[in-house]
Design a protein around this ligand. Sequence first.
Ligand SMILES: *[C@@H]1O[C@H](CO)[C@@H](O)[C@H](O)[C@H]1NC(C)=O
Ligand SMILES: *[C@@H]1O[C@H](CO)[C@@H](O)[C@H](O)[C@H]1NC(C)=O
Ligand SMILES: *[C@@H]1O[C@H](CO)[C@@H](O)[C@H](O)[C@H]1NC(C)=O
Ligand SMILES: *[C@@H]1O[C@H](CO)[C@@H](O)[C@H](O)[C@H]1NC(C)=O
Ligand SMILES: *[C@@H]1O[C@H](CO)[C@@H](O)[C@H](O)[C@H]1NC(C)=O
Ligand SMILES: *[C@@H]1O[C@H](CO)[C@@H](O)[C@H](O)[C@H]1NC(C)=O
Length: 524
Amino acid sequence: MAATFQTRICLAFLVVLAHVTYCPVTGVLRDSNYYTAAVVEFTPSHKWGNNGTLTLRDNYRAYLEYIKEASKQNADIIVFPEDGLTSLYMPHRSLMDSWATVIPSVLDNYVPCTQNTIQNVSETLTSLSCAARQNRIYVVVNIAEKEFCKPNGKRCSDGVSYHNTNVVFDRTGKIVARYRKVNLYMEYNFDPTPIPEVITFDTDFGVKFGTFICFDILFPVPALNLTRTLGISNFVYSTAWFSEMPYLTAVQTQFGWSFAENVNLLVSGYHEPKNGNAGSGIYLGRRGMAVGTITASPEHRLLIARVPKRTQLSESSESSESSEQNEVCEWKLHERRQQIAKPNDAGLDSLDQTKKLDTIRLLHDDLTKYKSVLLNASLTEQLCYGDFCCDFDVRKNSVDSGTSYRAVVYDGVRLYGRDVHAGIRVCSVLQCYNDSIYSCGFPRSSDTAFTVLNITATYDNYHELLVMPTVLDRSLLPMQRFTYSELVNGNQARVSIALDRSTKNLLTFGLYARDFSRDRNDRP
Ligand SMILES: *[C@@H]1O[C@H](CO)[C@@H](O)[C@H](O)[C@H]1NC(C)=O
Ligand SMILES: *[C@@H]1O[C@H](CO)[C@@H](O)[C@H](O)[C@H]1NC(C)=O
Ligand SMILES: *[C@@H]1O[C@H](CO)[C@@H](O)[C@H](O)[C@H]1NC(C)=O
Ligand SMILES: *[C@@H]1O[C@H](CO)[C@@H](O)[C@H](O)[C@H]1NC(C)=O
Ligand SMILES: *[C@@H]1O[C@H](CO)[C@@H](O)[C@H](O)[C@H]1NC(C)=O
Ligand SMILES: *[C@@H]1O[C@H](CO)[C@@H](O)[C@H](O)[C@H]1NC(C)=O
């Protein structure tokens, strides 16, 4: 199909660039330039008790049906969520044995379906290997791993380490990747990996993937090693995300990361809305979201999309010795939601979707320490938090008295979960329901229309940051009509995000940056 993906607007290349700048190209991509990806929004079954066998068995059997269906629809690869086999309800570490499996190393070239030379490989792993083999499809699952180690070693007092692990089977059922989660989110029954792993795998369709898990998305290791050092541009990602308003709901974060790094991201999310877990999708970097879902009761659990193999498209120029670097790239995103499997899937930003949202439990960021001003009809002003400044250009009509909006700036440290103190820099507009800051971040429909909304931030140590667009509408999906521009000069950058057209029902719009230099982990 000769769809125009994207207007290429590289405004100007003022000088010859020392860094290669990537800008998307408009173009027609041939079939061989795509692969077909499937992700599953999955609710694990979960049997009480300390014997994991029955829980795992129920869940892998459910996986087999999705694997068959995805294969029937010609998917090359299918991704399942974090904790999707064990459920989130694993017992205390001392009772983990039946919940966890030995996972052979990639170096063993092991096909659990046809080999039995390695002991303590579980029935679950064997069955999934057979399913990948029978259905000729790459299968990505997340499972609790046990690694036998020498007792009395560091972190190995009882002779075993437990890991939160992604495993990838190729089309013959062979294990081609094993990745142990680096950034654990309070998961005290798992052991931190002593040496962080940076894991990739190759496929027979010519795409090299990176992989990581859930909370990893907010950290540099291994995610940014993969994108920025190794140049990987396709990712499989399993998650059991706890959505938080107003910046870190699931699809908003997934979209923001894929856009920021300009890479394809295939996300499978754990689904248990009363707990706050929902949200999966297939994201195409600066081409936007191919498909995404976050609802209390999804109509479809299997999301399938065709994915262009390359996100980075043209190299704008050769390297040079020039010291003066000015790179201006601007992206316009157009609403383009492609889905080949189920045309009515994820009926995005419809009112139906809105109705299905209200039973998703949402966490709330503490906004009281952020600096903010109430937005009246218009604001053209620079707001600073310490040295961090953002320019706001806002015009809105205020026909809706049931909602109000604030412009927000923050540069500081916040807590993720219980242990992780994280540096963030934020500037955005937020929806509130009255003039109190405590009323911000509770999704409501709003007839207030923004006719102009342009936020520009300046960053000094740009290449050490992760700067993501943070955009959210009433359906808890990213609104995708915006222009994004980055003006990079050495390690400095001015980044703008601006709405393309008059927009209602806006919840969050701005830039969310992680500043890793201020991170601290107090995990006991
Ligand atoms: C766990 O349950 C399975 C199935 O009922 C049973 O076969 C197995 O022996 C049990 N394992 C343990 C450690 O109790
Ligand atoms: C691993 O497998 C061996 C041989 O089947 C068995 O004796 C041993 O108990 C198993 N260990 C664990 C921790 O499951
Ligand atoms: C990953 O990146 C970090 C810096 O963010 C660096 O310290 C580390 O050595 C890198 N690891 C690998 C394996 O490249
Ligand atoms: C918006 O209006 C309120 C009340 O009139 C005023 O106190 C506030 O300063 C105005 N905000 C801005 C950003 O101008
Ligand atoms: C905002 O609404 C909450 C309840 O929804 C109420 O308690 C609070 O007083 C209101 N604040 C303002 C400033 O109107
Ligand atoms: C947004 O504002 C910035 C800074 O004032 C400006 O450079 C940019 O062109 C504006 N973007 C749009 C789309 O209006």
